[in-house]
Write a protein of this length. Structure first.
Length: 108
């Protein structure tokens, strides 16, 4: 169409409508991208806080593996201590039952 001929009104409206839809889609995509970026930044802050509290160097993956191994070993030791404590408590309870039976107690 030559520059001297004015554009057809329905064609212009169609073009403007298309442009408005495209802009609306772009704005929706921008909002979604901002939302994802905000969530990612929050997750990064939480991870950095967790790394700092766990004495792990976030830049050194081997550090994370070492710390995990340390915590797993400590967990195993604590489980063993708890198991031994349960066994001792059960033996003490057994002794108390015997003592109670011998003395004719009615502690139950």
């Amino acid at each position: 169409m030559p520059a001297s001929v004015p554009p057809d009104r329905p064609d212009l409206e169609t073009a403007v409508d298309g442009l408005e839809r495209a802009i609306g889609l772009l704005l929706a995509e921008l909002a979604a991208a901002r939302s994802r970026a905000d969530r990612a930044e929050e997750r990064q802050r939480r991870l950095e806080t967790t790394f700092a509290r766990s004495r792990v160097d976030a830049e050194d993956p081997a550090s994370l593996e070492r710390r995990l191994r340390e915590l797993s070993e400590e967990n195993a030791r604590l489980r063993a201590v708890l198991q031994e404590a349960r066994e001792r408590a059960e033996r003490i309870r057994g002794r108390l039952v015997v003592i109670e039976d011998e003395t004719g107690g009615t502690g139950r």
